[in-house]
Design a binder for this molecule. Sequence first.
Ligand SMILES: [Zn+2]
Length: 127
Amino acid sequence: MQKRGRDAELSRLRLALRRHLDELKKAVKVVMARGALVKGNVYELARKCGKPNCACQRGQLHRSMVLSSSERGKTRLRVLPAGRVAEIRQKSEAYLRLRRARAQVTKSGKEIVAGIDRIEQLRREDI
Ligand SMILES: [Zn+2]
């Protein structure tokens, strides 16, 4: 490779490395936050109970807030007491942020290592 082409690529690689380090730093910052985490998603479940004369058979479904989580490949649903919905939703959102941050750390980490390998290739001199 021509020296100028190599230097230009090295410049781009250094910039990309800096960008990936910023992403990594941001993601790790999310992980370092305090507060409890609750695994799972909070949502409203609307269902019929199966009793033949119940109002739910005429469309007035039974509604409850639930936490859905996957445990050993199985979906587990827990009905949330009304007084804890906001708190558990907040902790479940914190959990999702941590998981997204973890995925970002994996992605940025891979990109950083790939960048380092390419920089090594370009800077290496055989004697
Ligand atoms: Zn019913």
